[in-house]
Design a protein around this ligand. Sequence first.
Ligand code: GLY
Length: 371
Amino acid sequence: MKSIIAVDLPQNAYKVMIAPDALDHVGGWLADHQKPLVPTGQKLLVVSNPVIFRHYGDRLVQSLTAAGYQVSTCLLPAGERYKTLRSIQKIHDAAYQAKLERKSAMVALGGGVIGDMTGFAAATWLRGIGVVQIPTSLLAMVDASIGGKTGVNHPHGKNLIGAFHQPRLVVIDPNVLKTLPAREFRAGMAEVIKYGIIWDAALFETLTQAPRLDQYRYVSGELLQTILTRSCQAKAEVVAQDEKEAGLRAILNYGHTIGHAVESATGYRTVNHGEAVAIGMIAAGRLATTLQLWPAAAEQRQTELIAKAKLPSQIPPNAETERLIALLQADKKVEAGRVRFILPKAIADVFITDQVTDNDIRPVLAAMTNP
Ligand code: GLY
């Protein structure tokens, strides 16, 4: 079982390899080209967090050294609060110690935080060296590792500092998900469901047919391979059509407008990103039905899928409606004073609008808020 997905960018095209035990093949895949993705004999800096590295570091390093690379490592603590310029400085210090050169590369082994930071450190070291993404969370596999968005948080907001820097290769080993906490698996499933709504009706049907979606152990290897392949294919197609988010790419933010407001209102502690996206998709679906833009039956199907993944559909009580409205106004997606929403018209068909008013949103949020 192996899927190879092409991210067809005019410059910087690359592939996403999805295969069980792919971790053991990374070195070969980097070196085994007429023009290797990173020249053999070169230096590679593996950036990871201690927990992930303890599970998977040895296998990755062995694969890279067996292919002739000189490997060093940089371990950083896990978690969104470490996604700062201070951590970038640490990666740059390790790059200096390891004497990385223009032809060297960094390898991100971890979830979205490690991937975003390593990508940004690579984008800025020596004005840009290669990066390889090896995501270990479901969320990073289907979203953050593909598309070249890299960066860190600023005290005033998430991802305010960053750069587009496409990877040379993305390697996804579904077997590493066995050590992912169940709550994080469900969070990744929110982004998978998103692709079913915004892009891929066949994926939506597959998810609808699946017996369970809430835990790794209930999802067969074959189904997981299909879910990963179709989700990454969807992301690759959108990014290939609009690399720098001039238009279409914004549809990847389906569920994120209200989702970000919920995360922010609850101090990033009550719900995680995927849970916030699930709540945001429920809200966007409700809004679209209320505005008579999509059928109630389609909304119901979306709601059932989110419930099947045991993701939340209610706004936590500590996120008051008026606070959410204020946060939506401050959201960086506000253009000329209007909030930009991604709304569904049908399964696998969404559109971008700035015509939604606070008066449309308010009753939807109020009805979704836990008393
Ligand atoms: N995560 C949204 C994007 O990559 O554009």
